[in-house]
Design a protein around this ligand. Structure first.
Ligand code: AP5
Ligand code: ZN
Length: 214
């Protein structure tokens, strides 16, 4: 099965996806995580993506479609996917439908993390992440046991370069201009479930579980 989550920056898709992935045995594919890994490894892909990411703009459709196409071929992904941060443009959504159709599959569920923009700055500026696992913390809403340290591995946590109030502004602009039309695209084709992403993490998890079990 394939689940897609459409959400503004900081709405909680990266927090919820790992929980869902384990519960439903899905492969969690997050284009943002894959791109950040490519940037820090300075691969040709990372070099191409860095400038747009630093500015809070979307990287080109061709680049992300290429990485998703590769990732979906991995044997570990046979049970299905939860796509986090993809598709983010109508072109990407059309291409995803094409790729799935070739395998006789389709997008099964679309999760729309609905939230007011005003809440997002506090979430974004307080976020700390453990890059290698994708585990996400927040100084106020989800603090690690020891400040700046991952609970499980003891590794140092880092802040994302694009997690500033200024870059968030362009990320939100990109969301409204380029990703909101994807919600309309899916509304015409399949059921889009709207989640109340401003609620506490546990409540959001319960809403996601309800949608995926229906
Ligand atoms: P990406 O990595 O996808 O970033 P984003 O869309 O900006 O989303 P975030 O990761 O900021 O938000 P999230 O919803 O995962 O929030 P989280 O759960 O961590 O993309 C980054 C860049 O890569 C893009 O700008 C673009 O350049 C490029 N890119 C990626 N995909 C692309 C594509 N398909 N096409 C083109 N370019 C692409 O939560 C945030 C914080 O809030 C955390 O600290 C968390 O602990 C806390 N929190 C979470 N839930 C709650 C809650 N319910 N209550 C209180 N706090 C909460
Ligand atoms: Zn994320």
């Amino acid at each position: 099965s394939t689940e897609v989550s459409l959400c503004p920056p900081g709405s909680g898709k990266g927090t919820q996806s790992p929980i869902i992935k384990d519960e439903y045995c899905l492969c969690h594919l997050a284009t943002g995580d894959m791109l950040r890994a490519a940037v820090s490894a300075k691969t040709p892909l990372g070099v191409k993506a860095k400038e747009a990411m630093d500015k809070g703009e979307l990287v080109s459709d061709d680049l992300v479609i290429g990485i998703i196409d590769e990732a979906m071929k991995k044997p570990s992904c046979q049970k299905g996917f939860i796509l986090d941060g993809f598709p983010r443009t109508v072109v990407q959504a059309e291409k995803l439908d094409e790729m799935l159709a070739k395998q006789g599959a389709k997008v099964d569920k679309v999760l729309n993390f609905s939230i007011d923009d005003a809440i997002l700055e506090e979430r974004i500026t307080g976020r700390w992440i453990h890059p290698s696992s994708g585990r996400t913390y927040h100084t106020k809403f989800a603090p690690p046991k020891v400040p700046g340290v991952d609970d499980i591995t003891g590794d140092p946590l880092i802040q994302r370069k694009d997690d500033t109030a200024a870059v968030l502004k362009s990320r939100l602009e990109a969301f409204h201009r380029q990703t909101e039309p994807v919600i309309d695209y899916y509304t015409k084709k399949s059921a889009v479930a709207e989640l109340h992403a401003e609620k506490p993490p546990k409540d959001v998890t319960a809403e996601v579980q309800k949608v995926l079990s229906s």
